[in-house]
Design a protein around this ligand. Sequence first.
Ligand SMILES: [Fe+2]
Ligand SMILES: [Fe+2]
Length: 490
Amino acid sequence: MGRRLYLALLAAAAALALLPGLGWGAYPVNEAPFYTQPYLVSPTPHHSMYIIWFTSTPTTESYVEFGPGYGTRVRAATYEIEGFKTTDAQGRYTVPLPVYQQIVHLKGLKPGARYYYRAVSDGVATMGYDFRTAPNPGRPVKFVLLSDLQMKAQVPETVRLAGQQEVDFIIYNGDFGSRNPERSGEWFTVPGQVFPADVNPASTDEIDTHRWFNVMQQWGDGCRLLQYVPIYPTPGNHEIDDQSLLRTPVEGRDRMTMKIYLQLFRPLYPEQEYGPNGRHWYAVDFGDVHLISLSIFRWFAYPAATPPGWYLFDDIQAGSPQYQWLEHDLKTAKNQKYIWITQHWHTLNRGWDVAVPFTDPVIVDGVATYPAENDYLLRDLLPLMEKYGVNAVSYGHSHVYERYEWEYAPGRVIHFIEAASIGNNYRSATDPPASPNTGLIPAFEENRFRSIMVVEVNRGHGMSAQGIQASGDQIGRVFDEFSVAPSLWR
Ligand SMILES: [Fe+2]
Ligand SMILES: [Fe+2]
């Protein structure tokens, strides 16, 4: 292309960007029938990729075009999503909303290769995107930790910074929306939807920049998020479809479901078991990283001592289906250089909710009690993690930045990490100086500003992690740095 033609095109693009609605380089423009831009999910990222998007109609034809000149076309499978609602005239989420999920599975890809694609539904094409498959072991890999967006005030800026880190994938440590997941408007823009009064952002304009997909599909200025890199999520307490079940002390566990979350990430959860103790976990290899996603959370808005107490959504104690699966998976992963676990609930944390041992309640004289010796995370999971040389465990939930180094034998360390000061921060002045369940003091914590954590593997120095400042006057500054040793003895 000649320089003059190039400059003319650049000027035309800049002029277009000024037109209202085109939103140059910030938030996605989802032209009907698109509710979202495509997002990437892959249980086998070396060789295949799922490209997924939501539409307002089933569409007569949806597909992905990829490869040179977008010459290869792969048709989408269409699923109707169960459970989304839109608002009535008063802004209450009472009206069922038909939402369709288009899923294209690209197979037979080469490891470490870049592919260009765009999604098409009923003749409307998205802009062009690209992704890179997972590289072979020994090659560099980079990822970022995110979690707990929940429509919190400063989330868009923090996520944008995360998108500019040139990562290969995103680990999302749970908690997506702020209210019931069935609220379509917390995920994406539904044209004409009435603005509900009880959300965190204060205006319709503000809410548009806080909807989960809008935040996570920002683009431009080197921002590469869900359209470009696969996401590996874990469920949190905010993924329970009916959050009112968490507010009343009733025997509600059997009525709980996690429909929306599981449908969103269908390729990772092919069984689609919505109730408690369904299969809500998976593992994936990405280069030298073996990533395990567990389902570990609880949370109730009533006192822990009130019967029936704070029960767990999915069992995790020794002998439970999830524990047995984890043990089997850890055995088979022993040749992997690094094992990283993501779970929503914190094993170690300075917040008060760690003071209630993570175990099934025992009712004594009408009071729910939690015997400390039965803490499943410390009693059952920790020895398993030590035995199989797990390198790091990341979680969310407390919206803080703090991490612990658990040295269980000379030179053998498990890093417990919460890097979830992303949109707000819940560190309180009354929090104890050490984790209440162990008395352990954090190896590092920093809660005076928002931040993200980026982890690099095989870039000359094994695995290394950096905490990066995301607010204040030193955005982009590395304020915390540590390395993770491979478990060579495994
Ligand atoms: Fe949270
Ligand atoms: Fe949470």
